[in-house]
Design a protein around this ligand. Structure first.
Ligand code: 5BU
Length: 259
């Protein structure tokens, strides 16, 4: 069963190189943290990445909320990702027809295809969306991967019922898939990664529909990577808070894999 297996064993069952590399990195750094650096200034993202870098597997950004975006920022973020060994995810949640997402991924101001190791995609448009993204990434020599948004964390989300099972089925046809963004243990393939957002030290919610569960409970619900944003970005002592999440997640993983 997927939940009982350790990340190194699962890295050997992954269907693409990037997924294997992520599993290996998680085991090596003993971290399941995906930090959501939802900050609007490049300086603050870089500062946070410098502190968090050694302790996270993925740094996730929303590039379209940055007010002073520039190419130098991408260069510096890339340097930090190499220095501290973490992957960069652009949580773009592509959701349009293949031709449009192909343009959105490779063109415009952000040129996401050129720097994001990982992107997120809503399966709502059907399999053509994967073809569009594949097209956008066809000339990129580095590994690229997709997390499919199969189940959201927010209250009243429409990602339920057949949508979830159909998303799993549809994603199985695309070799760029690294895993699923979801809230529970909805797939059994040990070669895929479960990325779970909505994580805080105490069960809570915000005023805009976000719902939080604790590190231990999300790991028990199958999370391999836990997305933590404001739980860390709002903390006064960022490093101490990062380490607290890292430790709680890893200890829940240890219990999950060797009870
Ligand atoms: P928070 O500050 O920990 O609530 O941030 C959560 C992040 O995860 C934020 O960047 C969201 O865009 C992202 N997210 C989410 O919260 N829930 C989802 O279902 C998906 C993404 Br998909």
């Amino acid at each position: 069963e997927r939940l009982k297996m350790d990340f190194t064993s699962r890295s050997k069952l992954a269907k693409n190189q990037l997924t294997s590399k992520i599993f290996e990195l998680m085991d090596m750094k003993e971290t399941m943290l995906c930090l959501a650096a939802d900050l609007t200034k490049t300086d603050s993202i870089l500062k946070l990445a410098e502190i968090a870098g050694p302790h996270i597997a993925i740094l996730k950004i929303h590039v379209d909320i940055i007010e002073d975006f520039n190419e130098e920022f991408i260069k510096q973020l890339k340097n930090l990702s190499l220095k501290h060994r973490f992957f960069i995810m652009e949580d773009r949640k592509f959701a349009d027809i293949g031709n449009t997402v192909s343009l959105q991924c490779s063109k415009g101001i952000y040129k996401i295809a050129e720097w994001a190791d990982l992107i997120t995609v809503h399966p709502v448009a059907g399999p053509g969306i994967f073809d569009g993204l594949k097209n956008a990434l066809k000339n990129i020599s580095e590994d690229r991967g997709i997390f499919v948004v199969t189940e959201m964390s927010s209250e009243g989300t429409l990602t339920a019922g057949n949508y979830v099972t159909d998303s799993l089925k549809m994603s199985a046809t695309c070799n760029l898939i690294v895993g699923h963004v979801c809230q529970s243990n909805i797939f059994s393939d040990p070669g895929l990664i479960q990325l779970t957002p909505g994580v805080k030290l105490a069960k809570a919610s915000d005023d805009l529909g976000q719902q939080y569960n604790t590190p231990e409970s999300v790991v028990n619900a199958g999370a391999d990577l836990a997305v933590v944003g404001r739980g860390i970005t709002d903390a006064t002592d960022k490093l101490a808070t990062i380490l607290k999440y890292k430790k709680q997640l890893w200890s829940a993983y240890r219990t999950r894999t060797c009870p």
